[in-house]
Write a protein that binds this ligand. Structure first.
Ligand code: ZN
Length: 516
């Protein structure tokens, strides 16, 4: 068989993989959005059956032979095919370690546990969700053991699924830097005399107008509505169905205008990444983000660095006043900007201010690490959650709905994902710093045409898809090794101005602390 024939065989096999993904994603999206609630058991059964077919397809003898054949010709493959083969081999060897029956049972379990979580969250009752979460954790522990330890920890093998190369050792150092620099900054802000007016953010804003604002903001940032759609769910998310179909969801609270506004900006960031991945890579396994943290870097970039900037607030403020003429008639643009950036420790991660956000993530990372490490049990989670909230943020959730039950991830079987949000924040600040060397970002935002920013992102991030591991891509995109101090510098600069703090430049010291 010639090399071209081997590649064709792989492509044919991958077409079917894509078809399974397409069907599974659509069913999931339907169930999460407008599919009838009472049909969840039917959906769970179909998802289980299809997942098993998908599993068989991607672990078959035939597929293994396709990869073996390509590996024989590895030296003759171009960079793109070499990376594909490497990733396929990795995924294949991981999947093959899981018994098919357990894979199917797990798919059914997470479909049900997601449904049960919604109910438990609505009622604020962790005990409803607890037995399901226990099973999810049990499965993930078992899977992690099948995958094998990395550097002595099974949790590392879960982290690696979301971020190639991520380990407890690296993340502990990363979070230590954040803690060392964010906590003192937060204390300074808490004792600042600056008072920010923000009560107007709770004024009633009708749902339909909020949805219109969300759509306006998403499209202003660059979301292409012809290649996707926006729906509503309990927990906002983005899903790639196919190369021309990247959808996202939002959630509207009528007495919280920022929630939907920034959910839309966040998810639009994910969707813009997906919609703009290099077309040469889009139909392959490389046609996705470089990692989950890279994905979060794009969403957090559009949500915060752009979306909460003064120039951006300035360009959307007239729209806000047009949609809500009475609600914000006594509010100035500057006041809206300050309110959108107020630092106020709160219960909900997705609505946390930019500064305290990473502390929410750190808490989840620490709990997961202990859960998978077998140091704590599921039943202890509500209490431990609240204890850490008090320790890091100084607030205790009044109930589990705004505490341990708030996030969807564990109910969907995702354990080892949360750190991606914090790492994504740090990536986004490093990318922003590099971008500012080439572009006058504020001026571009004020022009209301962000295409130059997206083109820069295309040249430095989007065009590579998943061609490189994240550690390498951040270096290619920014010209430097990953350094979380850029993120802390960004926060310090921004919030020192807002809260009129004396500027403290600590990065040289912490640079040393975070050596690889
Ligand atoms: Zn996200």
């Amino acid at each position: 068989m010639t090399l071209d024939e081997k590649i064709l065989r792989y492509e044919k096999h991958y077409r079917k993989t894509r078809a399974y993904n397409y069907a599974l994603s659509l069913i999931n999206f339907d169930g999460d959005t407008e599919g009838p609630k009472d049909a969840y058991e039917d959906r769970a059964e179909v998802l289980g059956t299809l997942s098993l077919e998908y599993f068989k397809h991607t672990t078959s003898q035939e597929y293994e032979q396709i990869i073996n054949d390509l590996e024989e010709d590895y030296e003759n493959l171009d960079e793109k095919m070499q990376r594909i083969v490497k990733l396929c081999r990795k995924n294949l060897s991981l999947l093959k370690k899981i018994p098919p029956k357990e894979y199917e049972d797990f798919s059914i379990l997470v479909s049900k546990s997601n449904h049960v979580w919604k109910d438990a969250k609505e009622k604020g009752d962790f005990s409803i969700f607890e037995p399901y979460l226990e099973q999810v954790v049990e499965y993930q522990r078992k899977f992690a053991k099948y995958y094998g330890e990395i550097d002595g920890f099974i949790y590392n093998s879960l982290l690696d699924q979301y971020e190639e190369g991520a380990t407890i050792a690296k993340l502990d150092k990363f979070f230590a830097v954040l803690k060392e620099r964010i906590v003192p900054l937060l204390q300074k802000i808490n004792s600042s005399k600056v008072v920010i007016r923000d009560a107007f953010l709770e004024r009633e804003c009708p749902k339909d107008k909020q949805l219109e604002l969300g759509r306006y903001v998403a499209e202003l940032l660059g979301f292409n509505p012809n290649h996707g759609m926006i729906k509503e769910t309990e927990h906002p998310f983005t899903i790639g169905i196919s190369k021309n179909d990247i959808r996202f969801t939002t959630h509207v609270y009528e007495n919280n205008i920022l929630s939907n506004l920034y959910s839309c900006a966040h998810e639009a960031g994910h969707a813009i990444y997906g919609q703009n991945i290099n077309r040469d890579l889009i139909n392959s396994i490389l046609g996705d983000g470089a990692s989950m943290a890279f994905h979060e870097s794009q969403s957090r970039f559009f949500e915060n660095i752009i979306g909460r900037s003064e120039p951006f607030i300035s360009i959307i403020f007239s729209k806000i006043q047009e949609l809500f003429p009475t609600q914000f008639s006594d509010v100035s643009e500057r006041e809206f900007y300050l309110a959108a950036n107020i630092v106020k420790p709160s219960f909900i991660r997705t609505e946390a201010d930019e500064l305290t956000y990473c502390l929410h993530v750190m808490l989840r990372y620490e709990l997961e690490k202990q859960l998978i490490g077998g140091e704590i049990e599921v039943k202890d989670l509500p209490e431990l959650w609240n204890k850490k909230m008090e320790e890091y943020l100084g607030v205790i959730p009044p109930n589990d709905r705004v505490g341990v039950l708030q996030d969807v991830h564990w109910s969907q079987g995702s354990i080892g994902y949360f750190f991606s949000y914090a790492l994504g924040n740090a990536y986004s600040a490093q990318i922003y710093k590099a971008m500012k060397k080439d572009l006058d970002v504020d001026k571009i935002i004020l022009s209301k045409d962000l295409s130059l920013i997206r083109e820069w992102l295309y040249d430095h991030v989007y065009k590579y898809g998943a061609l490189y591991p994240p550690e390498k891509l951040i270096k290619i995109a920014t010209g430097e090794e990953f350094n979380p101090n850029y993120y802390c510098d960004y926060l310090e600069e921004k919030f020192s101005k807002i809260y009129k703090l004396k500027f403290m430049k600590l990065s040289s010291f912490f640079n040393k602390l975070f050596s690889k």
